[in-house]
Write a protein that binds this ligand. Structure first.
Ligand SMILES: [Zn+2]
Length: 203
């Protein structure tokens, strides 16, 4: 229903409203963006619309590692040049992107899609941990690198995983504290994350 107090025509008001829902975007920026789409060419505006549609239509979870995938299996799992003796465990697909940007790692990943958090009622069974151990048992990994975030919950998740991997006689390592406690991997900065990765230690 049209808002009679709105200063915008309906379609423009709707666009301002949806942009203002984006993280870090205030009302003024939302308005500026909406006006941009009024001014730019029709093709440019459609490029944006289709990019969002394609993102939601095409992206899904990789059936092997739970990273973002354009089809059944993600680009990393399907790349034969990756080192299949190393497996890096992360919380979310955005952590894979952050680590890939460092260029310091050529192994495989497993995304557990969260972290253990008793306070939020998130138990190991709510995460892709069962799938992780099926992979470890069926794979030929020489090192499991636990790259959960250096937060209280990320650390607790790392300990839980390490305790379960130790009896399997596979080396388990954790990223070095190059990234300060509480800083999420996603925001660690390239150089810090790179040194945390290279300086990882056995746990
Ligand atoms: Zn994958």
């Amino acid at each position: 229903m049209a808002d009679i107090d709105s200063p915008y025509p309906d379609s423009l008001g709707k666009l301002v409203e949806v942009f203002a829902r984006l993280p870090g975007v205030g009302k003024r920026s939302a308005e500026r963006m909406a006006f941009y789409f009024l001014k730019c060419g029709k093709e440019e505006a459609m490029d944006f619309a289709f990019a969002i549609r394609d993102l939601r239509k095409n992206l899904r979870s990789c059936t092997i590692c739970f990273n973002l995938a354009e089809g059944e299996i993600c680009a990393i799992c399907s790349n034969p040049a990756r080192d299949d003796s190393q497996l890096c465990v992360v919380e979310m697909p955005r952590d894979v992107i952050a680590i890939e940007k460092t260029g310091s790692y050529r192994g495989l990943y497993h995304v557990i899609l969260g972290r253990i958090s008793p306070i939020e009622g998130i138990e190991p069974d709510d995460l892709k941990i069962k799938e992780l151990f099926i992979r470890i048992e069926n794979g030929d990994f020489e090192e499991i690198i636990i790259a959960t975030n250096p937060t209280a919950e990320g650390d607790a998740t790392a300990s839980y995983l390490a305790d379960k991997i130790h009896p399997l006689n596979i080396k388990v390592s954790r990223l070095a504290r190059g990234i300060s406690a509480g800083t999420e991997i996603e925001f660690a900065g390239l150089a810090n994350l790179q040194s945390a990765f290279l300086g990882r230690s056995k746990i």
